[in-house]
Design a protein around this ligand. Structure first.
Ligand code: CA
Length: 235
């Protein structure tokens, strides 16, 4: 299996080198960039599986770089922020990062987070017998969730979702009608209960909903169970 690739975008040399070193040691194929422009150039040349993106870059706002990445690829984005308080602000802005870490962070925690995020594509690469592959498609009214190709279709048309949005929908679709707690989704989709940050679930869920509605999905719909979580029900 090919090594999974990570692009580390950070202008402070010591931090970039530290992150690069620990990720290489963990077995990732790591590339580096020290500006927003260099990041986008790398992404266009050969999109990585995951980008560790510093919020404070010399030439560009990290949130704008993140939006640009989102517009061009499906890769995971783990954003580094200078202060913990910035995380809530960024989630509110819906810049679309899949995870956040505030500086100073422990290198071991960063590696664990990257490994957790990349676990899903790793599973997809496992060859499945044909019979099992066929069962990987869930159909619920107008919605199809294909776990093998990681595609979502509404009335047969593919909906462009980020990996995190797909993972959220797949979690809901695997248990239609049942309420999934936000804590459960945080654990299943982000593979951790880091920071207990439930607003991240809410932000990605609202993006997912918006995209499904824009794609013309009437049924099933994602319903909010106030103060608890979400469920997928046929309208
Ligand atoms: Ca910086």
């Amino acid at each position: 299996m090919a090594e999974q690739s990570v692009l580390v975008v950070e202008d402070t040399d010591e931090i970039r080198e530290l992150v690069t070193t620990v990720l290489r040691r963990a077995g990732f194929d790591v590339r580096e960039a020290s500006s927003g422009a260099a990041c986008l150039e790398e992404v266009r040349r050969d999109a990585p599986d995951l980008i560790v993106l510093d919020l404070g870059l010399p030439d560009a706002d990290g949130t704008e770089v993140c939006r640009q990445i989102r517009a061009e690829t499906q890769c995971y984005v783990l954003m580094l922020t200078a202060r913990a308080e910035e995380v809530d602000l960024l989630i509110g802005l819906a810049v679309g990062a899949d995870g956040y870490m505030a500086k100073p962070f422990s290198p071991r925690e960063l590696v664990a987070r990257v490994q957790a995020m990349l676990r899903f594509p790793r599973q997809v690469q496992v060859a499945q017998p044909a019979a099992q592959a066929a069962e990987s498609v869930r159909r619920l009214a107008e919605l199809e969730v294909d776990e093998e190709s990681r595609e979502v279709r509404v009335d047969g048309a593919v909906v462009d979702l980020t990996r995190t949005e797909f993972d959220l929908l797949a979690a809901l679709a695997s248990r239609p009608g049942r309420v999934l707690q936000r804590e459960t989704l945080l654990r299943e989709v982000w593979q951790t209960d880091w920071e207990g940050n439930l607003r991240l679930v809410e932000a990605h869920m609202s993006n997912l909903r918006r995209k499904l509605v824009a794609a013309g999905l009437n049924s099933p719909e994602i319903r909010t169970v106030r103060g608890v979580g979400y469920r997928l029900v046929a309208a």
